[in-house]
Design a binder for this molecule. Structure first.
Ligand code: C5P
Length: 242
């Protein structure tokens, strides 16, 4: 397998064509926040995020959730299926936090929600990823009503799997973001599932996710937290080339 043409380069990842409808997703040793206004090199972060993402995709697949993950390539790379990604960010929340508290100040950070909340946002940095109404999504032709139902069920299923996995390891899953691709066989979870996209806190309320960095913590502290998450999650089991 020889990674070819660069298909995409973002703040945290590079995606390279791998032929046969596959791609190599390479997690970068760098961290950014506030739409790239704070950025730092972060040696070791790429590998920790790749290992954790690989494990999270394996976990989801064990629970019947289809993902783009094929196998872990070692280091900071995973092999994935290529898909056309929907221009949506799907956020699920178990506790009030972040932009939910900014939008609804009656809620205190870490207030447990009476039930998990699923939000759809438009993936659009320039507009600050605005929250969408279901009607917006249908009017724009992004999804049908029945696809919206299916996406909501998928998001809640992912939440149930991740939430119970991390609870058994002593961490609370505050919220997370996933991205999906629409296929003739239904939705596929794509992108990554890591400390960049989940908020996780321990019993003392200490974050093991990107919130550490957003709040001014050091890169070393952040990478240590990502390694801890990867260690708690366990080593990837589906290795490429086996
Ligand atoms: O900032 P907000 O409260 O909306 O974030 C909700 C969840 O989605 C957090 O876990 C955050 O890390 C994740 N997120 C993300 N990418 C974004 C926005 C939010 O992974 N662009």
């Amino acid at each position: 397998l020889r990674p070819g043409r660069l298909l995409y380069e973002g703040k945290a990842k590079r995606v390279l064509d791998a032929g046969d409808g596959r791609a190599v997703m390479e997690f970068k040793d760098g961290v950014t926040a506030f739409d790239g206004r704070r950025r730092d090199p972060a040696p070791g972060k790429g590998e920790a995020a790749a290992r954790l993402s690989a494990r999270m995709f394996e976990l989801l697949e064990e629970h019947g959730v289809r993902t783009h993950y094929i196998c872990y390539m070692g280091g900071s790379r995973i092999l994935v299926e290529r898909h056309e990604v929907a221009p949506l960010e799907v956020i699920v929340r178990n506790y009030a936090y972040g932009s939910m508290v900014r939008r609804m100040p009656f809620l205190k950070p870490m207030a447990r929600l009476s039930r998990p909340l699923v939000e759809l946002h438009l993936k659009d940095d320039e507009r600050g990823d605005p929250l969408l109404l279901p009607e917006d999504v249908v009017e724009a032709g992004l999804l049908s009503w029945s696809e919206l139902d299916a996406l909501r069920s998928l998001a809640l299923r992912v939440d149930a799997v991740l939430e119970s996995f991390w609870r058994r390891r002593g961490l609370r899953l505050i919220d997370f973001k996933i991205e999906v691709a629409r296929t003739p066989r239904g939705f596929v979870v794509v992108d990554e599932v890591s400390g960049d996209t989940m908020r996780l806190v321990d019993a003392e309320g200490r974050h093991l996710d990107k919130e550490l960095y957003r709040r001014g913590g050091s890169v070393e502290e952040l990478v240590e937290a990502y390694r801890e998450l990867a260690r708690l999650a366990g080593a990837p089991e589906r290795l490429c080339g086996e």
